[in-house]
Design a protein around this ligand. Structure first.
Ligand code: MOS
Length: 755
């Protein structure tokens, strides 16, 4: 391993700044004359505002405005992001007295201080005419829509006649799995600082989708594209929460225009549960058929997934489960269940987490039924080509992941009979395994690299730094191609002055951006070599990173002679040299860059013209369950991942740790609690919504296969951020089964399930 360059274990390039508190997140901006806005939210599940009393709120000292549907700007509508628009949902609150779900905004206080705004918010009184509502998958009044019919862009996944194949199989397993809704709960709250300068609107907000935010505001306010700029240099955790424009951003911009001053709007933690997207509640009906040796003959994965009344949020878990094994026949299909909630969206491995909990629990059950080791059963059924399209995988090292993981974990110590492994004090030990996969996507991205005559490198790229380490990955690609110290490059990111800032999600960021960054750096080097040859008449061809000494700003020729870059540039009257490149993917739609520039989603993958692409993982887990208090404790996890070539070892490892921690939370504690009497999500705080904390996380060990996938992209990296929480919950559930003999078919699994 070289000290610098792709794959090295360099510290985060923004790590020192972060521990020094230097990066500015959305709400960290404090502008002159800035004031504060706080939303007030609806307390019924559905209905209409009958009376709204804001008099007391308006009398609070320092209150500048109280906005409600009665005095609100009427905005041009923007469509839901997965219906061709830019918005987290098509419904914009406060445009009418109608309440479509508990927790939507009904008023906005603008005040000199956040304290005045909070006090005034507590004094707004609303009376409602309530309407019946449905917030659970089987509640009276829910509506169902076949996804493939309603949104043909998201087809069913079908190969052969799965029902017939399963019916004829000697071994059959059928079970239904449930998963609770969940919320992302990043450390950084949703927060915006909005400022108007004449007709120009400037928004500072940590977002995963600066372009969507910008273009959404342009449409809502009827502005020209160059009137709006969004800056998102840092994001304090995305996880899908910030994948397009949410209502609070628009409210901040309206408030700022109304009072003629910059406005800071921070959504309180309690309101976060209704202010943006969340992970949908789901039901998975799994059927598999196999022969007596455990060879799969057919699979069926039928999903019911929550959406809102007004948008069809696609659910594509079967896109991945259908690719997991060599299914001779398969059928995957989704039914969307319309409920009275905000539109659900993306949360780390949005569809794959629960889908693989269902699939990999079923596979575990099959292994037990046919008496085969669950690792061996998975390897035996590993797919050689895509069962749905017959295309090859761009790369697939799942069997290596399983074998390596089993060795690292000590899987051979497992005694197969459930409940047979114990500690001396009677604590039951469970070993569980599961596999996982996550689609590999590429999105439109541009990169511009500038080498200044003093050797400093500036780069502007499309992408967002959510803490995942995209800046570090970019810096390591630059180090590889330009020999630049990764800690010194200036990286501009998440700024709509350099479009397109396509949504960074779906584990696309680092792999997507590494290709144009590398190509731009190579163009720059070639240009520099040409300029040097023209200036000095010496051949500077065949430059590579080792021909550049950027600390001394020197270019070394093929004959060993060196020239100062400043002199070369001065000869041409220049003080810098640029390289620019755009990334692309095979089969990328010709209008992908235009779509991205309009703030719309433009993903390519996981199916490409000549291959399909996924990241893969094998998860091994040990749980302990004490005799009297049967609370499952995950004492260690061992995971081996195939994410192609590792760009930044430090941050990729950290992504894997994070994904595993999320897997622990999903398996054992995280649920947004729904009460059919009240609507909304009631445990809307991080005391009662329990994420996994340090005490829940013991030993995590992760390893990379680290084989470049140059079929997927020229740099060879696939996604890493989400695959780590695919299969993790299933491995924990399988370990719980191994410890107790109980097969729990819902998430989360809690103590009361094991009493
Ligand atoms: Mo991620 S849930 O794809 O932002």
């Amino acid at each position: 391993m070289r000290p610098m360059g792709i794959g090295s274990d360099t510290q985060r390039v923004d790590g020192l700044d972060k521990v020094m508190g230097r990066p500015l997140y959305g709400a960290d901006r404090s502008l002159a004359r800035m004031v504060y806005a706080t939303p007030v939210t609806a307390t019924i599940g559905k209905g209409r505002i009958r009376r709204l009393d804001t008099v007391a709120a308006e009398r609070v000292a320092g209150v500048l405005a109280v906005l409600t549907y009665r005095n609100m700007d009427q905005l041009a509508p923007i469509a839901f992001s997965f219906a061709g628009g830019q918005a987290i949902q098509s419904h914009m609150p406060m445009q009418s007295p109608d309440i479509l779900y508990r927790g939507e905004a009904i008023a906005l206080i603008v005040a000199e201080t956040s304290e005045s705004a909070a006090e005034a918010a507590s004094l707004v009184r609303a009376d409602y005419d309530a309407l019946p509502f449905a917030v659970e998958l089987d509640a009276t009044g829910h509506a169902e829509v076949g996804q493939a019919k309603a949104a043909p862009y998201f087809p069913d996944f079908v190969q052969g006649d799965a029902a017939a194949a399963i019916d004829a199989a000697p071994v059959q397993i059928e079970a239904t799995y449930l998963s609770a809704p969940q919320h992302q709960n990043p450390m950084e709250l949703l927060s915006t600082v909005a400022e108007w300068r004449g007709r120009d609107l400037i928004v500072h907000e940590g977002t995963q989708a600066a372009q969507a935010m910008k273009e959404g505001l342009v449409i809502q306010f009827g502005l020209n594209s160059d009137n709006v700029r969004v800056l998102a240099p840092y994001v304090g955790g995305g996880f899908g929460l910030r994948g397009s424009i949410s209502p609070h951003t628009t409210l901040a911009a309206i408030a700022s225009r109304r009072v003629g001053r910059p406005v800071k709007l921070t959504v309180p933690r309690a309101q976060m549960f209704h202010a943006s997207s969340f992970r949908a509640a789901t039901e998975h009906r799994l059927r598999i058929g196999a022969d007596n040796q455990g060879r799969l003959l057919g699979g069926m994965h039928l999903v019911r997934a929550q959406t809102s009344r007004f948008d069809l949020m696609p659910y594509t878990g079967e896109e991945t489960t259908s690719r997991m094994y060599a299914w001779p026949a398969y059928r995957g299909a989704t039914t969307l269940v319309q409920l009275d909630c905000q539109t659900p969206g993306f949360m780390r491995a949005p569809m794959e987490m629960a889908s693989f909990f269902a699939l990999e629990s079923t596979i575990d059950e099959l292994a037990e039924k046919v008496g085969l080791d669950p690792v061996a059963l998975r390897i035996q059924n590993d797919a050689k080509v895509d069962p749905i399209t017959g295309k090859p995988f761009s790369s697939r090292h799942l069997t290596e992941c399983l074998q390596r993981g089993a060795a690292l974990f000590g899987w051979d110590r497992r005694v197969a009979i459930p409940g047979s492994m114990r500690l001396a004090d009677g604590t039951r030990i469970g070993y569980g395994v599961a596999a996982g996969a996550y689609p590999a996507y590429i999105t439109p991205a541009l990169a511009k690299v500038r080498l200044n005559s003093d050797g400093r490198v500036d780069v502007s790229v499309g992408g967002h730094e959510m803490g995942q380490g995209i800046r570090t990955a970019i810096a390591l690609v630059l180090a590889e191609e330009l020999g630049v110290d990764p800690q010194t490059a200036t990286i501009t990111i998440g700024d709509t002055q350099f479009p397109p800032q396509h949504v960074t999600s779906g584990s696309t960021g680092a792999a997507t951006i590494s290709v144009p960054v590398r190509d731009a750096a190579i163009h720059l080097r070639n240009t520099l070599a040409t300029l040097a040859t023209q200036a000095r008449g010496i051949q500077f061809d065949n430059t590579d990173a080792t021909s550049l000494k950027l600390d001394g700003a020197i270019l070394i020729g093929s004959d060993g002679r060196s020239e100062r870059i400043a002199d070369i540039l001065r000869h041409h009257g220049l003080d810098h040299v640029d390289g620019e490149a755009r990334g692309s993917a095979p089969g990328m739609k010709p209008d992908a860059f235009q779509q991205a520039a309009l703030g719309k989603v433009a993903f390519s993958g996981p199916e490409f013209p000549n291959h399909v692409a996924f990241s893969f993982i094998a998860q091994f887990v040990e749980v302990h369950i004490a005799p009297r208090m049967p609370r499952p404790r995950v004492v260690r996890m061992v995971s081996v991942v195939d994410c192609g070539r590792v760009l930044s070892r430090r941050t990729a490892t950290s992504q894997l740790y994070g994904g595993l921690v999320w897997g622990i939370g999903a398996a054992l504690s995280e649920a947004s609690e729904v009460d059919p009497r009240y609507g909304g999500f009631l445990n809307n705080n991080i005391a009662e919504y329990q994420v996994a904390v340090n005490a829940d996380v013991r030993r995590l060990q992760v390893e990379f296969i680290d084989v470049a996938d140059t079929v997927f992209c020229s740099v060879g990296a696939k996604g890493v951020g989400e695959v780590a929480c695919v299969g993790a919950a299933a491995a924990i559930a399988n370990a719980v089964h191994h410890a107790t003999g109980k097969r729990i078919r819902h998430l989360p699994i809690r103590m009361d399930d094991l009493i």
